[in-house]
Ligand binder design. Structure first.
Ligand code: HEM
Length: 770
């Protein structure tokens, strides 16, 4: 017995020793050996500390620089540590992400030598990134290595042949026009600003969903929302990539990323399943997914992809295929807004090349200047700011430089694109003419300009990007012109890709046709989005407003505002007018019939405004509208604001348990929502439509409450105060009545000055009031 126990203990001790040794070797011995080898080659770098490497220094220095002065010198603000280390150690040095040494490269000559030595198949990707980014890209083309990479690339390449790309053009035009029509509606409806970055990303997403996966905006939207959430989880938080057990420092984020990754996998799995079924029944589609499936079913062993590989490719293309292009267009809008001469030149070019006819793909190559602008935008603001590699074998670069197997490399694309030694002293200036007669933009080294990577692993989607970029920009420039607001704040940031950290909102702007251009003001300062509401009020007033538009913040607010704005476009507003007249006349008839006794005007007008909003925004009857309204106002407002409460005091609500419970009014609103099944174009109709696309029922309830309260009482009070002021300023009352008589005419006024109101809430002197 003792021998068994002893044996058991020894086995455990051995196992623990083995795990310990492995950890020591993985996190200490191997990285240090690789580091020493690199140092022997004369490479140096900042001193690391165990186990964070140089991370603490890197994180400390990342400041989100916001400036009203638009400087394109973004390398020194986004990567100040790289700029500093470059000064000390040159364009090639070693730095550490946790316990992983990285060879930093901003030297095009070294890249050239590496590309000649190593074939695409023999490049690996740093294991630390493959693991970290796996919820997003899995083992898709971007992350795969060796023979796997060859197989994937072979299967995917035909999807980007010119015939397939051309076939995508009409969908691109259609989807972009839909976005631009929406801008017009938003402008007409008085929207204060449009977040152009968000709009363009959504449109690029729709384009990739339709063209590569043959799915509608509606089915693609959940994928994008989850991908976006995943991107936020992975790249917006301070994380410790490369630090042993670094994920454990953020267990919540790690689990969230894993969960989102799995949910996205599930969405794609069902998409793939559906397509598999439909392929058997009908002719296969020639989009990316169609090709992947066809190859997988007929391609034989060398060409087929497993279902998991298919899912990973879908994720890679969904993400990689829309955000990068959308960001390039967004940065272009910013640069054209600050360089009106170029905006003008491009518009002129479009006029000459495309004219008033529809866009023909064959014409796009004639848009030469647009090509220069595109290249210059890719230089100054490359959507993919860096590339990573891992050496799969020792690389003998030169007699005195050998890069050992397993070395991770970080290729600083932004660094090279902003290097004055390669581009000259005007490196940080927007000068598209650099690319006039030279596809490398007169860069002193051909490998100094790498917006799409290099060698055999160059971006597979670049031709799709060129096509989409030119189509979208042509349509935007044809319908809109734009300039920049003096309050613009420039703050590029990295969230895997290079983006404006606060989006690119345009405040309401007029639009014109190609022949009649007007100014758009670009206000890239997203102050509205960044305003929050005091938490103490958000919590206290939750029964009344929930997290509806009045109380929502940040991205949530942008999304809600975006959904709701179309409900207030002129067509919808006009349609409300007859209901407003009818409901008001009903109230006035009631006043007339009420005899000489007093009328509480405040109560009457508030109730009528409530009825109006019930009918016009929620399409519900006078009676049911009144019920909701009464419940909301009398319970919430009276309970919340009429009693003396202890807002801001910890557990203050416990001091008023009755009012607190009474203020919860959600069920009545929910019941009303459930009754609505029709598809009207009023506010609730729009919200319900959005509900099907991801607006939660709670958000729906909160918006209904917000609008029920916010939209009737405020207007009613304005009318009531006007009545009081007109009652005390008879001259103005008279002038207004005269004006109405002139403008509207006597026939349309059913009665003026008929009522003899003895009392209203604020005054008992109002007489002859209409
Ligand atoms: C402005 C647009 C784009 C930019 C700046 C861009 C940039 C890049 C860069 C720099 C790489 C090389 C990464 C590396 O070497 O580690 C790359 C690879 C890749 N890109 Fe793009 N890309 C763009 C658009 C697209 C589009 C539209 C798609 C797909 C529809 C796409 C899919 C991919 C894929 C799958 C790879 C991996 C290729 C491989 O390793 O074989 N990209 N891209």
């Amino acid at each position: 017995m003792e021998t068994i126990v002893l044996g058991f203990v020894i086995a455990i001790v051995m196992a623990l020793l083995y795990v310990f040794c492995r950890l020591i070797f993985s996190f200490w011995v191997f990285p240090v050996l690789a580091y020493r080898k690199l140092k022997r080659n004369g490479l140096d770098g900042p001193s690391p500390s165990f186990p964070f490497g140089n991370l603490s220094e890197m994180k400390k220095k990342i400041i989100n620089v916001q400036s009203s002065n638009i400087s394109h010198d973004i390398h020194s603000t986004l990567f100040p540590f790289f700029t500093r280390w470059q000064h000390s150690f040159g364009k090639m040095f070693i730095y550490w992400l946790g316990t992983e040494p990285f060879l930093y490269i901003a030297d095009p000559e070294l890249l050239k030598k590496l590309s000649t030595e190593v074939t695409a198949k023999n490049w690996g990707k740093p294991a630390v990134f493959r693991r970290d980014r796996s919820p997003m890209f899995g083992n898709g083309l971007l992350m795969s290595e060796g023979d796997d990479w060859v197989r994937h690339r072979h299967v995917i390449t035909p999807a980007f042949n010119p015939t397939n790309l051309k076939a995508m053009a009409s969908l691109m035009v259609e989807t972009t026009n839909k976005m631009l029509d929406n801008w017009v509606t938003l402008i007409d409806s008085g929207a204060q600003e449009i977040d152009v970055e968000r709009e363009i990303i959504a449109t690029a997403g729709e384009i990739i969903a339709k063209t590569s996966f043959g799915i509608s905006d509606q089915s693609g939207r959940p994928v994008f929302e989850k991908l976006r959430a995943l991107q936020m989880t992975l790249f917006k938080t301070v994380r410790f990539v490369g630090v042993p057990f670094g994920k454990m420092l953020h267990p919540k984020k790690t689990l969230e990323a894993r969960k989102l990754g799995q949910e996205i996998n599930q969405l794609f799995l069902s998409l793939i399943d559906e397509r598999r079924k439909s392929i058997r029944g009908s002719t296969p589609q020639h989009d990316l997914l169609g090709l992947l499936l066809k190859q997988s079913e007929q391609g034989g062993f060398t060409k087929s992809l497993t279902t998991q590989e298919l899912v990973d490719e879908c994720k890679t293309f969904f993400f990689g295929g829309h955000e990068t292009t959308a960001l390039a267009i967004t940065w272009t809008m910013l640069l054209l807004a600050t360089h009106q001469d170029w905006q003008h030149q491009l518009r002129e070019e479009i006029r000459e090349v495309v004219g008033d006819k529809g866009i023909d793909v064959n014409m796009l190559s004639g848009l030469k200047k647009m090509g220069w602008v595109m290249n210059e935008v890719f230089r100054l603001y490359p959507s993919a700011p860096n590339a990573q590699r891992q050496a799969k074998a020792d690389i003998q670069v030169s007699d005195d430089l050998s890069i050992p197997r397993g070395t991770n490399m970080w290729i600083d694309i932004v660094g090279m694109h902003h290097d004055p030694a390669l581009w000259g002293e005007d490196v940080n200036e927007f000068k598209p003419e650099r690319f006039k007669d030279d596809i490398h933009g007169r860069c002193k080294h051909k490998m100094g300009y790498l917006p799409f990577g290099f060698g055999g692993r160059m971006c597979i989607g670049r031709n799709l990007t060129f096509l989409e970029y030119k189509i979208v920009l042509t349509l935007i420039l044809t319908r809109f012109s734009f300039t920049i607001s003096p309050t613009y704040c420039h703050s590029p940031s990295i969230m895997l890709s290079l983006r404006p950290s606060d989006g690119l909102p345009l405040p309401r702007f007029p639009f014109g046709s190609l022949s009649e251009m007007k100014k758009i003001i670009i206000n890239v300062q997203s102050s509205t989005k960044n305003w929050g509401k005091p938490a103490v009020f958000r919590c206290d007033r939750a029964p009344m407003f929930g997290n509806g538009l009045v109380m929502s913040q940040g991205e949530e607010w942008v999304r809600h505002r975006h959904v709701i704005t179309p409900a207030f476009n002129p067509t919808n507003l006009k349609a409300m007018a007859s209901l407003i007249v009818e409901t008001t006349n009903k109230m006035l008839d009631n006043w007339k019939d009420s005899g000489p006794q007093e009328i509480d005007v405040e109560r009457e007008i508030t109730a009528t405004a409530g009825d109006i909003i019930a009918k016009t925004s929620f399409g519900i009857s006078y009676q049911s509208g009144r019920l909701v309204f009464k419940k909301l106002i009398r319970t919430s407002q009276m309970t919340l604001f009429k009693t003396s409460r202890h807002v801001g005091v910890p557990f203050g609500k416990i001091m008023h348990p009755k009012e607190t419970l009474e203020a919860r009014n959600q069920p009545i609103v929910l019941a009303k929502i459930h009754q609505r099944v029709d598809a009207q174009r009023d506010l609730l109709g729009l919200l319900l439509k959005e509900n099907e696309r991801g607006f939660t029922t709670q958000e729906l309830v909160d918006e209904c409450k917000t609008f029920f309260f916010g939209s009737h009482e405020t207007t009613a009070l304005a009318i009531i105060w006007t009545m009081l002021l007109l009652a005390t300023h008879q001259d103005w009352q008279h002038q207004l009545r005269e004006e109405i008589r002139e403008v509207v005419g006597i026939k349309k006024l059913r009665w003026t000055c008929f009522l003899d109101l003895r009392r209203c809430v604020y005054s008992n002197t109002i007489t002859d009031c209409a």
